[in-house]
Design a protein around this ligand. Sequence first.
Ligand code: HEM
Length: 211
Amino acid sequence: MRLSNRMITAIKVAVFLAALVPFGRLVWLALLDPGALGPNPAEYIVRSTGEWCLRFVAATLAITPLRRWTGSAWVMRLRRMIGLYAFFYGAVHFASYISFDHVFDVGAIIKDIIKRPFITVGFAALLLMLPLAITSTNAMVRRLGGRRWLTLHRAVYAVGILGVVHYWMMVKRDITQPAIYALIVAVLLGARWVWSRRDRLRATARAAQAA
Ligand code: HEM
């Protein structure tokens, strides 16, 4: 499907605003009606921002398959914004954790990151997202060069896997939710693997034909 530039800009604005809604809702309720966040508002905020971070990581991973499956190239123009929202929710998630769970006690935070494997995994995922966010601008794409930029940004695959593992390790009994995310991430990464294998086979066949 082809869309005009005006239409794409309108979609981008709508996605930008929609992606802010979960954050706005949390701030609104935390300030005006904390009771609506359940018996433990701090835990609610940490969990909710963590889940939104993972949703946006999955949405970022879904853009390329969506383009291939629907033939709509314009969806690629949403990818950077959705990826940056994943980082934004990850940063808010981390900020809520260090403020609510540890009251900014750096020693306790470092100890927790080292001692609790699920925190270590979450921290690794957020750390990997940092260079992706920093290099997301057009200027950085030019500076790094397309190929190096693409290689670096493949780290988002690892972020998806680490995010799911972090969630899975955190859950004590019912693994339904992390299992659903695991399935989504597996399909999105699996599709890429199938395409790259098919492309390589085609290239080999073409090279053999030319020879
Ligand atoms: C420094 C990095 C991170 C730290 C310290 C951290 C810490 C935490 C903590 C303390 C919880 C709540 C545990 C509980 O209530 O028992 C949690 C939940 C969660 N985190 Fe993280 N996390 C980090 C990064 C991430 C990242 C990058 C993602 C996504 C890619 C993520 C996704 C989640 C999810 C999905 C949950 C569960 C939400 C739910 O219960 O619905 N976290 N994390």
